[in-house]
Design a protein around this ligand. Structure first.
Ligand code: ADP
Ligand code: MG
Length: 245
């Protein structure tokens, strides 16, 4: 059995404009419970915006978002945001707080846990990402890879049903990328439901169950990794892959 509570998540015909810039032009994205969907595509194609719309940081102009097949757009947006954990390129840890306080903060503020229980749960999450021994350090005294693992622990502490990663390894020194990708792969294998925007084609190909290629605010191709990477159907995807591989 999966160690995570999980839900399937679907974006249907999502549209979003920033002023006259029509950034999402009818995106469909579905991630099945316990699977990992990767999203690839050139810079500016709308990948980050798609994640922000799918966790309702931004409301879509058109389209629907379904969790376990049920539309969530009429609910309070905070509900979905709390059910989706998010990890960004920039870790956004509080520099003046210790590692364990960074992880326990949301547990106290959002899950309203008493301080002692929040600390205990935070230490448990830090243990899972291999950083319990850094609990009382400040973020600045950790490597970038360790800081990103703390950010992942912080998101996991909220017991999300789905995890979003937006280029989580793009800001890391090359030698630190592997450890973070390995942790993400472990989460995927452990049954977490994940949407991963990434430039790491190895991860997309080897870890994700489905790959969605976006360009210019539309899904140009999507399918299982074997199909996307070995038999791309469109010139746009062929061109993208020849640039990045
Ligand atoms: P990607 O993550 O694929 O690089 P983004 O989703 O960040 O692409 O950006 C897609 C487009 O939306 C770009 O043209 C970008 O300039 C624009 N954009 C993103 N965020 C905002 C914003 N907050 N306000 C205005 N335009 C934005
Ligand atoms: Mg982006």
């Amino acid at each position: 059995m999966s160690e995570f509570a999980s839900g399937s998540l679907t974006g249907k015909n999502l549209h979003l404009s920033f002023g006259s810039n029509h950034v999402l032009r009818g995106i469909d994205l579905h991630v099945e419970k316990g699977t990992t969907a990767s999203v690839i595509g050139p810079s500016g194609s709308g990948k980050s915006t798609l994640l922000r719309v799918m966790n309702r940081l931004i409301e879509p102009d058109q389209g629907d978002i379904l969790l376990d097949g049920r539309s969530v757009l009429k609910d309070n947006p905070d509900e979905l945001r709390q059910r989706i954990g998010m990890v960004f390129q920039q870790f956004n840890l509080f520099p003046h707080k210790t590692v364990v306080d960074n992880v326990s903060l949301a547990l106290r503020k959002l899950r309203k846990l008493p301080a002692e229980q929040a600390r205990a749960e935070a230490l448990e999450q830090l243990d899972l990402v291999g950083l319990k021994h850094k609990a009382d350090a400040r973020p600045a005294n950790l490597s970038g890879g360790q800081q990103q693992r703390v950010a992942i622990a912080r998101a996991l502490a909220m017991k999300p049903e789905v995890m979003f990663f937006d280029e989580a390894t793009s800001a890391l020194d090359p030698e630190l990328v592997k450890g973070v990708l390995a942790l993400m792969a472990d989460l995927a294998k452990g049954g977490m439901t994940m949407v991963v925007v990434t430039h790491e084609m190895g991860f997309s190909r080897n870890v994700s169950d489905t790959v969605t290629f976006m360009d210019g605010g539309v899904v140009v191709e999507s399918g299982p990794p074997e199909q996307i990477f070995t038999n791309p159907q469109t010139e746009r995807l062929q061109g993208f892959l020849s640039d990045v591989l």
